[in-house]
Design a protein around this ligand. Sequence first.
Ligand code: NA7
Length: 542
Amino acid sequence: PGASSTATYDAVVIGAGFSGLYALHRLRDTLGLSVRVFEEGGGVGGTWYWNRYPGARCDSESYVYCYSFSKELSQEWQWSGRYPEQHELSAYLEHVADRFELRRDIELNTRVTSAHWCEDRAHWEVETDRGERVTAQYLLTGVGLLAAKRYVPRIEGLDSFEGEWHHTGRWPQQGVDLRGKRVGIIGTGSTGVQAIPVIARDAEHLHVFQRSPQFTIPARHELVDRAFLDDIKAHYDDVWRKTHWSAGGFPWEHNGLSALEVTPAERQATLEWLWAEGGFKFVFGSYKDLLVDRRANDFVSEFIRSKIRERVNDPAVAEKLLPVDHPFGSRRPIVDTNYFETYNRDNVTLVDIRDNPITEITPKGIRTEDGDVDLDVIVFATGFDAVTGPFFRIDIRGKDGLTLKEHWNEGPRSYLGLANTGFPNLFTIFGPGSTFPNAPVGIEHHVDWIADCIRHMRQNGADVVEASPEAEEAWMDRLRGEADKTLVPLADSWLTGANIPGKRRQVLIFIGHFGHYRKLVDAVATNGYQGFEFASQRVVTA
Ligand code: NA7
C-alpha cells in the first residue's frame, strides 16, 4: 500500500521474531485470516536479528530452542551443536520464513509507531514510521521481552569519547574489528559473560568493568554430538511432550529431592554431576527446593562459589568475582564457556566498579576513581529496559484513548500475560505477566492459545474480546503470590525492573512452573474463557 492508503487486515502483528513468524503462519494458514506483520529490522529474527555481538549464542539447547509445530521442520533442520550461535538461529528463522512462505506478508524496515483502538469500528488503527496507516480487527504484539529496548546507562562524557562504542544489542551488521584494540566492556550479565571470553581472544587488552559478580554455569557445549541430536530427532514426540509441560521449557524435571534431606556427600556428588552436565539442567534437573528455599539454595550457591575459586588462578581476582549479594537463581541464570578462566589471561583486567566507581568517560577512555583506562572501543553489555520498554516505544491506546502507559501507571498489568482490560482485541505474545520459560516453547503456547480464542470468537459471532477488570486484578495478585514463593524478589535484576534507574520495582513476569501456567491458561479457555468478556458489534467498514 502507498503512504496515504489505508489497508484493512484481520490482524496486524508487530515483530517478525519467533512470536511474529509463528503468529503469521498460525492465523493466516490455519484460520485463513488476512495478516500484516511489521518488523523494524532489515530481516526476520527479532532478538536474533539484532544481537550480533561477539559470542552471541543462545543458552537454551538448540533442539528445544525452536518450533515444535511442524514435524517436517523439526526433522529436516540440522542443528550444528548443543547451543545455537546467533547466525544459526538467524538462518533457522530465515528458513522458516521461506519454508512457510511468510515473507509476502511481512514488511521489513518498518516500525509501528502507534496503534489506537477505534471503539465505533471495533478495530485497531495502526501507523508506521513509513507513514503507512492500516486497520485490523486484532492486534498481536510479538515485541519480545528484551531486545527491542536496549539500555545504555547515562555516563557523563560518553559523547566526548573519540573511539567507537557499541551496545551489544545493536552490534553493527558488518561486525567490529577488535584485533589489536584496547577494549573496555561494561556489564557482566548473560551477554557480557558470553562476549568477554570471545572479545578477550581478539583484543590487545580487555578491561571488564564489573558492578555485580555473577553465578554462572558451564555450558559444556562440546558434550552434545551428531549422534545425540539424531537421537533427539528420532524421539522428538516424547521430547516435546516433556518439554511442553516442564518447569522451564526443557525436557527435564527436578530430581524430586530436597537439598536439605540428603547427606553432604550425596549433595556434593549430585552437584558435581549436574556441574559436569552443564547448562540449564543444573537449574531444572536439580533439587526441587533450589529456587524456593534459601537454605537449600545456600548449599548450591556455595558450591558454585567454590568452583569460581577453582577456576580463577589469582585469589584476589577470584574474590572479586564471587557473588555474595544474591542467591543463585534469583536472577536469570547465566550459562558460560570459559568465562571465569578468561580472567587468567594476561590481557584481561577486572575492574570492580563497586570499589572503584566509574566517574566519567573521557575522550580517551573510562575514568575511575583510581585512574584512567585508555580505550579504543567501549562495549555496553548493559542489558535492556525489559518487558515494558518494548511496549512504550509504541503509542498504544485502548478504549477512551487510554494509553497503555497510563494503564500500567502502577506497573504493568495483564490477564494471563495475554490481554489487558480496556484494550479489546489486543493480544500480547509473551507480554508482561506471562511466564518466561525457554522462549519458543512459551511463545508457541501463547500463539496457539490466541489463535484458538480468535477461532472461538468467529465461531460464536463475537467481534470483540476484552479481559474483565476483576480477572486482571486477580491475575496480578496471583503473580505477586507466585513470585513471593521464590527467591526472585531478593535480587536486583531486569526481572524486577531494578536494572533501570527510576523504574518501578515489581516482578514483571509469572515466576513459576511453566507446565502449571500452561494448564491454568488452557483451563481458562476450556471453561468458556473465564475472565473474558465477548461482544458482537456491527463492524462498519470504510
Ligand atoms: P542484564 O542481565 O540486565 O545485565 C546487564 C549488565 O550490565 C549487568 O552486569 C549490570 O550490572 C550491568 N550494568 C547495568 N547498568 C550498569 C551501570 N550503570 N554501570 C555498570 N554496569 C551496569 O543484561 P544482558 O544483556 O546480559 O542479559 C539480558 C537477558 O538476555 C538475560 O537475562 C537473558 O534472558 C538474555 P548489575 O548486575 O545490574 O550490577
